[in-house]
Write a protein that binds this ligand. Structure first.
Ligand code: AP5
Length: 220
């Protein structure tokens, strides 16, 4: 299964992808997580990405395409993957489709989580993350057992630098301009499946898994 998960910032892509990948036994490849880890580890990639991410802008297409190409060559991605945060420009989508074609493969489903801008702004204000593991919480919807502390390893939870209200609005506007054409691209290919991102996380995951199961049965 080669899957993509699409949607505005904060639509719940990472949350749903984590649960779905655990069920399917495929790697969850989040370009945002890769870039944040590179920033934390002060690599050359992180140096190039930091200011762009902090301001809510995209990193250059060539840079992220190279990152994804390298990641998809790793052994765990040879029998399927879930890409989260890529492609997010039309150019990335076109290049990626070409890349997969050359490898004799393609995308099975592009899963789109739909949310209104107002709901996104409200939701992202409550997101807190473990900066080391990337585990995501929400102050109201998915709080940790102890306020401000990760349930798994006891680390302090932080607010992402790009979750400032002003930056959220900018990320939404970049999303509408740059990533909505990607949604249309997959719709025209007949690969897009839309889901209500404002449903409870377990409902989002159940519906996506049902679609995947139904399409797997059809292809047997
Ligand atoms: P990235 O990390 O991909 O950010 P994003 O797309 O803006 O998505 P988010 O991680 O903000 O949100 P999400 O949809 O995963 O929601 P989450 O599950 O956390 O990218 C960051 C940056 O990296 C970009 O801005 C760009 O600069 C750069 N970048 C990355 N990829 C790139 C590319 N391809 N090209 C160029 N640049 C790139 O959930 C949000 C909150 O809601 C959480 O608190 C969660 O607990 C809660 N929640 C989740 N689901 C639900 C639900 N169903 N109900 C209630 N609450 C929920």
């Amino acid at each position: 299964m080669n899957l993509l998960i699409l949607g505005a910032p904060g639509a719940g892509k990472g949350t749903a992808a984590t649960a779905i990948c655990q069920q399917l036994g495929i790697p969850h490849i989040s370009t945002g997580d890769i870039l944040r880890s590179a920033i934390k580890n002060q690599t050359e990639l992180g140096r190039q990405a930091k200011a762009l991410i902090d301001d809510g802008n995209f990193v250059p297409d060539e840079l992220i395409i190279g990152v994804v190409r390298a990641r998809l060559k790793e052994p765990d991605a040879q029998h399927g993957f879930m890409l989260d945060g890529f492609p997010r420009t039309l150019f990335q989508a076109q290049q990626f489709t070409q890349d997969l074609k050359q490898e004799g493969t393609s995308i099975d489903h592009a899963l789109m989580l739909e949310m209104t801008d107002a709901a996104i702004v409200e939701r992202l204000a409550g997101r807190r993350v473990n900066a080391t593991t990337g585990k995501v919480y929400h102050l109201q919807n998915n709080p940790p057992k102890v306020d401000g502390i990760c349930d798994d390893d006891g680390s302090s939870l932080i607010q992402r630098s790009d979750d400032e209200p002003k930056t959220i609005l900018h990320r939404l506007s970049v999303y509408h301009q740059e990533t909505e054409p990607v949604v249309e691209f997959y719709e025209k290919l007949g690969l897009l499946a839309r889901f209500d991102g404002s449903s409870k996380p377990e409902i989002v995951v159940t519906k996506i898994l049902a679609l995947i199961e139904a399409s797997s049965r059809q292809s047997v």
